[in-house]
Design a protein around this ligand. Sequence first.
Ligand SMILES: [Zn+2]
Ligand SMILES: [Zn+2]
Length: 420
Amino acid sequence: MAEITAPRGVRDVLPDESWKWAYVLGQFRGLAESFGFSEVHLPIFEHTELFSRGIGDTTDVVEKEMYTFEDQAGRSLTLRPEATASMVRSYLEHHMASGPQPVKLWCAGPMFRYEKPQKGRYRQFWQLDVEVLGSVNPLVDVEIIGLSLELYRRLGMTNLEVVVNSVGCPVCRPAYREALQSYLRPHLGELCGSCRSRFDRNPLRILDCKKETCKAITEGAPDVMDSLCDECSGHFAAVRRGLDLLGARTHIDKRLVRGLDYYTKTAYEVLSGDLGAQNAVCGGGRYDNLAESIGGPHVPGVGFASGIERIVLTMEQQGCSFGRAPSLDAFVVCVDEAIRDEAVKLLYALRREGLGADMDYQGRSVKTQFKTASQAAFACILGGDEAARGVVAVKEMATGNQEELLFDDAASSIRSRLSR
Ligand SMILES: [Zn+2]
Ligand SMILES: [Zn+2]
């Protein structure tokens, strides 16, 4: 039988990497809570309609990238491709609008998109997701951007820059759309295939095409800033003032439109890394019409999502610290199989003291056991002689110092040494 491997585009995050994820998640959790955000756990799958209506039927995500399936009862369900639509669904379903506003929530977990796998991009990927629902205040946009910036600053990333744009609202976007289409129409034949298909359905997305020919054409495209209504331009100015207050390095990019239909007003990304080789580490913005598009009342919202794979990759490239790699406090070296029971007792005494402790169960040689013990802070060496005298030889691996401790005191004594 052929060996069964993980499906294409997904992967295992193994212990040599998972501790880095835990570090990023821990930093994120602490920071989100310190900004007044609360965690929610959302389902991995939702009714397909949530995404087709919320994200938009004509987006790449909904058209090509969703994992959609029927359950046993014939319902169409979809593995979530992002968390924002689910968060808004949850806010509506649990009547969060009736409490104090805004509601500040975060979640973290896997998302699923059928995309071409490449370095740092997988079909199952983890996102940190932060949303504020129920406020139109531009300072809430700043709060979201500020939280993401603070996260990357704490993680040690360098050259952080906020790229920001406004994508307008249902009042002013139609005029901009038309202006853009009139500008692009004479160049239709020169645009790439996907841009040609976007021309009628989603012309704004032509602005963020990465193909050089398309970029050259859109260079002279009308500026969205000239089309914004008073409300949108006032909102954008207030967001920029707020970012100045934070001392954020900010850059306006009219090409930043983002791939999802639900964005209104603010769209942003945070870049990090050396100039010319900068990576977007998060993307987000305001989505004041998402709740209505999934059948709810008008609920303004703003948020961001950031992929853990991308964060870890960027941190590795920049040589950022992930804190201390997990290691054992003590490793019990059992020199003589005849006193295995004593060794097991010692192991659990260490664990009851709250220490990280382990031992060998395979009857490996003392030499091999010492090799493993060298990864721990202390080796607790137990042979027949020590057991007979009620002692254990404890070796501090960093210094090589070794001494005998009473068997019954060894665990608490090691714990007090470690806390010093
Ligand atoms: Zn507007
Ligand atoms: Zn193109």
